[in-house]
Design a protein around this ligand. Sequence first.
Ligand code: SAM
Ligand code: SF4
Length: 323
Amino acid sequence: MEDGFKREIDYLRISITDRCNFRCRYCMPEKGVEPKKHEDILTFEEILQFVNAAASLGITKVRVTGGEPLVRKGVVGFIKKLSSINGIKDVSMTTNGCLLQDMARHLKEAGLNRVNISLDSLKSQRFREITRCGELSKVLQGIRAALEVGLTPVKINCVVVKGFNDDEIMDFVKLTQEYPLFVRFIELMPLGERGWGKNRFISAQDIKASINQKLIPTGIPAGAGPAIYYKVPKSLGSIGFITPISQHFCPMCNRLRLTADGKLKPCLESDIEIDIKSAFNENKSEEKLKSLFKQALEQKPLRHHMTSEQNADHFRKMWQIGG
Ligand code: SAM
Ligand code: SF4
C-alpha cells in the first residue's frame, strides 16, 4: 500500500492510552493531565476492528504505545487478539519498562514479539529527576525480564538532553558491551513539555562524535524503524542514532499513527487527523474504516518541519501521540 508520494506504508503505531505512571520532563506536564473519559477513548474491540481493516489493506507491523501502554487494564488479552489478526506479522511495544518485570512473560506468551524500553539515565537520582517519579531499579528489572523471556531484540530509547544526560553517553555504550541491547540515542523533539527550557538539543552527529570508541556500521536495520546501527568492538549489542531533527527520515517513512482517542495521524508532527472514533460511534462498516485509512494515506505530508528550537505549540504532545 502506497501513500501519495509512493512510500510503502505497512506499519501502524497504536497509542492505547494517554495515561502514564511517569511524568518525563520532555513529554508530560509535572501535574499530569486530565484523564480522558472512558467513552472518549477507543475500546480494545474498536482498535482490533480497525487493525483488521488496516491489515486487509497491507499493514503487517503494529507497535503498541501510549502514554504508558502497560497501565491500561486488559493489555495482555488485547495483545493476544492483536497478534492473531490475519496479516499482522510483527507486534511490538514501546514502554517505560516500569511494570514490565511481572508482565514480560505474559506478554510474550500473548504474542508480543519485542519491546523498546525508554531509559534516559543509568543514575537513579537523575532517573527520578527526568521521570519525576520513576524508579530506575524497576526499569532495569523490566529490561532483564524482557531479555530473559525473549522479547527481543530489546531496544533502549535514550533521549539525549544537553547538560542533563549527555555525560552518560559512554555509560550507555558500555551497556551494549555487556548486554545484547540495541541502544538508540534519540534527538530531543519539540513535541512535548519544555521541562528544561531552551537550548537542550544535541544532534546525533555530536552524540556520535562524543563516543571515543571505534564504531563499526552493522548495516542491519533491525526492524521497521529509522535508526542506523553500529557496534563497538567486543560488544553483544548495538548502538543506533535516531535523527528526526538533524537528518529527517521522512522519505523512508512507512507508518501511520492511531491515537488513544481514535484519531488517525498521517504524520507525527502534522496536525492533520482523520476521525476514526466517530465512525465507531456511528457504527460504520469495515468498508468505511478502510476508506478513512486511505484518506489518511492520501493526506500524508511529504515531510515534517520540526526544528530543534521551534515553539512546542503543537496541538498534540508526545504522550498523546505515542512517539
Ligand atoms: N511511555 C512509553 C515510553 O516512554 O516508552 C511510550 C510512550 S513515549 C511518548 C514513546 C517515546 O517517545 C519514548 O521513548 C520517549 O522517550 C519518546 N519521547 C517523548 N517525548 C519526546 C521528545 N520531546 N523528544 C524525543 N523523544 C520523546
Ligand atoms: Fe510517560 Fe513515556 Fe511520556 Fe515518559 S515518555 S511521560 S514514560 S509517555
